[in-house]
Design a protein around this ligand. Structure first.
Ligand SMILES: NC(=O)c1ccc[n+]([C@@H]2O[C@H](COP(=O)([O-])OP(=O)(O)OC[C@H]3O[C@@H](n4cnc5c(N)ncnc54)[C@H](OP(=O)(O)O)[C@@H]3O)[C@@H](O)[C@H]2O)c1
Length: 228
C-alpha cells in the first residue's frame, strides 16, 4: 500500500482519489482551501481519503497534481519543488486552452515533457490523460473497460504506477516513452471534438481494437500483388 498526494479538488482529483482508495491506496486530497478538501473527503466517505493542504499532499511518496497548466500549475508547484525529488509523479495534464479547442504549448512538446523539465528529479508517468472525467463514474462501455495510455521514460516507475492501480476498471496500455504524451494529449483533444459530434461528450474513451497477429499470417492478396 502507498499514499498518493493529490493536489487539487476538481473533476479529476476527486474521481482519482476514489479510484486509488478503491484500489487499496491511501490518499491525501490537497487543496488551496483545506476546508474545501475536508468537506469533499467527508462527502466521499472513504476512510482511506483524508484532506490536507498542497504541502501536506506533496509530502506523500507518490504525487498527482490535478490542476491545469494554463492555470499556472508549474508556478503553483514551484515552492514545493524539493518535495518532488525522486518521487513517482503521475501526470494527468492536457495542455488545453480555456476554450478547449487548442493547446497552450507548441506541437513539439507535451505537458508531460514540460513537467519533466520543471521537476527533472521526479519519476514521471503520464496516465489518465485520455480519460474524460465522467467516465470514472461509469467506467465500462458495453461491459468492457476502456484504455488508459501510460507513458514514461522510467520502466520501474511505470511498473510502480501499474501496481498502484491494479484492479481498477480500465485496461492500462503501455504507450511507450514520455514524449508519446504529445500523441495522447492530442488524441484527447480530438476525442472531445469527435464525441461532441456524436453527442457522447464527455462519456467516451479510446479502446484499441486488435488481436495477436503475425504480419502476413492470413494475407489473402499477397500473391496477387507480389512482383517477381
Ligand atoms: N476534466 C477532464 O476530463 C480531464 C481529463 C484528463 C486530464 N485532465 C487534466 O487534469 C487536470 C485537472 O483537470 P480538471 O478538469 O479536474 O480541472 P478542474 O475541475 O478545473 O480542477 C482543477 C483544480 O486545480 C486547482 N487549482 C489550483 N490553482 C488553480 C487556479 N489558479 N485556478 C483554478 N483551479 C486551480 C483547484 O483545486 P483547489 O481549489 O482545491 O486548490 C481545482 O479544483 C488538468 O491538467 C486537465 O488537463 C482533465
Amino acid at each position: 500500500m502507498s499514499t498518493i498526494g493529490i493536489l487539487g479538488t476538481g473533476r479529476m482529483a476527486v474521481r482519482l482519489a476514489r479510484l486509488f482508495a478503491a484500489a487499496g491506496q491511501q490518499v491525501i486530497l490537497g487543496s488551496r482551501s483545506p476546508e474545501r478538501a475536508a468537506s469533499i473527503a467527508r462527502g466521499l466517505g472513504h476512510a482511506a481519503i483524508r484532506a490536507g493542504t498542497y504541502a501536506e499532499a506533496a509530502a506523500a511518496p507518490v504525487l498527482l497534481p490535478a490542476m491545469f497548466l494554463r492555470d499556472g500549475m508549474l508556478e503553483t508547484l514551484a515552492p514545493l519543488r524539493a518535495q518532488f525529488d525522486g518521487k513517482l509523479l503521475i501526470d494527468i495534464t492536457n495542455p488545453f486552452n480555456d476554450r478547449y479547442d487548442d493547446f497552450i504549448l507548441p506541437w513539439d512538446t507535451s505537458g508531460a515533457e514540460q513537467i519533466q523539465q520543471t521537476f527533472p528529479r521526479s519519476r514521471i508517468v503520464g496516465a489518465f490523460k485520455n480519460v474524460w472525467w465522467e467516465v470514472f463514474d461509469q467506467p465500462l462501455f458495453d461491459g468492457a473497460p476502456s484504455d488508459v495510455f501510460v507513458v514514461s521514460d522510467d520502466a520501474a516507475a511505470k511498473q510502480e504506477f501499474l501496481s498502484l492501480v491494479a484492479g481498477s476498471p480500465f485496461r492500462y496500455i503501455d504507450a511507450g516513452k514520455l514524449a508519446n504524451a504529445r500523441f495522447v494529449e492530442r488524441m484527447t483533444l480530438f476525442s472531445a471534438e469527435l464525441g461532441q459530434r456524436q453527442g457522447y461528450f464527455p462519456r467516451m474513451n479510446w479502446r484499441l481494437l486488435g488481436e495477436k497477429w503475425r504480419p502476413g499470417q492470413a494475407d489473402r492478396v499477397a500473391h496477387l500483388i507480389a512482383r517477381s
